[in-house]
Design a binder for this molecule. Structure first.
Ligand code: P1T
Length: 379
C-alpha cells in the first residue's frame, strides 16, 4: 500500500458500535467488569486504553512491524528499552545523538549499573563495531543523527550487532516512518519521539517503539504498564489525527529541506551546510539507498561570532527560536545553547556543535517565504 493511503487508514477503520471514522476519545481511567476478571478487554487505562490501541496498531503498520507501543515521551520509550537490560549489560551507542538521550544513558541508566560506550560511528559503523564487547546487549543509533545529520548504514550495523548477539535499536525520529523503515534493514527496535513528525503539530509529547519479536514485545508491554509512562487518551487521539496527514506533511518538509539547503549552500555568509540531500554530504549515496527522501532537518555554520549569530536568529520572523522539530511551523535553534547544552563542551566541539552552528526544522510553509525570511535576517 502506498504511504498516502496507509497513513489515512492505518490502525483504525471505523468504530464497531457507532461507525465513527476516528477513534473516540475514551477519557477514562477504569472499566467496569461484569464479575471479577470478566471484562471486555480493558481493565485500567495504564494497562490498555481503547484510544491508545488503534494508535499503537497504526505505528506498527507505518513501521512495517508486528507490534507498536506508545509512551508518555520519547525518553520514556528509550527508558523502557533500557529496562529490558540488567546491571552489567553493555550498550554501544553512536556519540552523535540527541542530548537528552545521552543524558539518560550517562546520568540515569548508568546509575542502575548499565554500562555505555558512546563512539563516533565512522563510515559503515566501524566505530560501533569496534566498541562491542562480549557483554554488549544493545546497539543504539540514530540515522540521520541529531544534530550532525550523519547517515549510518543500518544493514551493516544490524549485521555486526547480530553477529555478536546484540540487538539493534534505531531512533527514526528525524525521518519518520514515511521516509525510512529501519526494520526492513534488520533493526530489532525502532524508536520515535512521536512529539516530532509523527504527530507533526507541536502539541503533544509522546514516544513510540515498534518491534517484530513477540517475546520482546511482551517484555516491553509489561514495562509500559509496570513503569506507567503512558500517554493520555486525548494525546493518542491527537497523534492519530496527525498521522492521517503524515504523507502530505513529510512531502512538503522534504521539499523545503531541499530548497533551503540549496539556498543556504550558495549564500556568502554561510560557511557550510549539512543536509543529506546535498550531493556534497558524505552520507548522500547511503541516504539515497536507505531513505525515501531527505526530510526537513538541516544544519549550517554561519560566518561570524556568537553575537552575530544571536542577531541573525532574533531577526527572523517566520522561524521560531525553539527546541523540537517536525512540526508544521519552521523552527530554528542553537544546539550548543539549547538541545545539546547537556553534552559536555569538549565533546560538543569534537562533534562539531560550535558556537556558529545552527539547526533548522523546515516546516510546511512555502519555501519562497522561508527563504525571504532568511534572506532578510542574513542581510
Ligand atoms: O522529547 P521527547 O519526546 O522525550 O523525545 C526525545 C528525543 C529522542 N530522540 C530524538 C532523535 C530527539 O530529537 C528527541 C527530542 N529532541 C528534541 C527535543 C530536539 O529539539 O532535538
Amino acid at each position: 500500500m502506498n504511504l498516502e493511503t496507509l497513513a489515512v487508514h492505518a490502525g483504525f477503520e471505523q468504530d464497531a458500535a457507532t461507525g465513527a471514522v476516528m477513534p473516540p476519545i475514551y477519557q477514562v481511567s477504569t472499566f467496569a467488569q461484569r464479575a471479577p476478571g470478566e471484562h471486555l478487554g480493558y481493565e485500567y487505562s495504564r494497562s490498555d486504553n481503547p484510544t491508545r490501541t488503534p494508535l499503537q496498531a497504526a505505528i506498527a503498520e507505518l513501521e512495517h512491524a508486528k507490534h507498536g507501543l506508545v509512551f508518555s515521551s520519547g525518553l520514556a520509550a528509550i527508558d523502557a528499552v533500557l529496562n529490558t537490560l540488567k546491571a552489567g549489560d553493555h550498550i554501544v551507542a553512536c556519540d552523535d545523538l540527541y542530548g537528552g538521550t545521552a543524558r539518560l544513558f550517562n546520568q540515569v541508566a548508568a546509575n542502575r549499573g548499565l554500562t555505555f560506550t558512546l563512539t563516533p560511528p565512522l563510515k559503515a559503523g566501524e566505530g560501533l563495531i569496534a566498541a562491542m564487547t562480549p557483554n554488549t546487549k544493545l546497539v543504539w543509533i540514530e540515522s540521520p543523527t541529531n544534530p550532525m545529520l550523519n547517515v549510518l548504514d543500518i544493514s551493516a550495523v544490524a549485521e555486526a550487532a547480530h553477529a555478536r548477539g546484540a540487538l539493534l535499536a534505531v531512533d527514526n525520529t528525524f525521518l519518520s516512518p514515511a521516509l525510512q523503515n529501519p526494520i526492513s534493514f534488520g533493526a530489532d527496535i525502532v524508536m520515535h519521539s512521536v512529539t516530532k513528525y509523527i504527530n507533526g503539530h507541536s502539541d503533544v509529547i509522546m514516544g513510540a517503539l515498534a518491534v517484530n519479536d513477540d517475546a520482546l514485545y511482551e517484555r516491553l508491554k509489561f514495562l509500559q504498564n509496570a513503569m506507567g509512562a503512558v500517554p493520555s487518551p486525548i494525546d493518542c487521539f491527537l497523534v492519530m489525527r496527525g498521522i492521517r496527514t503524515l504523507a502530505l506533511r513529510i512531502a512538503q518538509h522534504d521539499r523545503n529541506g531541499r530548497a533551503l539547503s540549496g539556498y543556504l549552500a550558495q549564500h556568502p555568509k554561510v560557511e557550510a551546510v549539512i543536509y543529506p540531500g546535498l550531493v556534497s554530504h558524505p552520507g548522500h549515496a547511503l541516504a539515497v539507498k536507505q531513505q525515501r527522501g531527505f526530510g526537513g532537518m538541516l544544519c549550517f555554520y554561519l560566518r561570524g561570532d556568537l553575537e552575530a549569530i544571536r542577531k541573525f536568529l532574533s531577526n527572523l520572523h517566520l522561524f521560531k527560536i525553539a527546541e523540537s522539530l517536525g512540526g508544521v511551523e519552521s523552527l530554528i535553534e542553537h544546539p550548543a545553547i539549547m538541545t545539546h547544552a547537556s553534552v559536555p563542551e569538549e565533546r560538543r566541539r569534537q562533534l562539531g556543535i560550535l558556537d556558529n552552528f545552527i539547526r533548522i526544522s523546515c516546516g510546511i510553509e512555502h519555501a519562497d517565504d522561508l527563504i525571504a525570511d532568511l534572506e532578510r535576517a542574513l542581510g
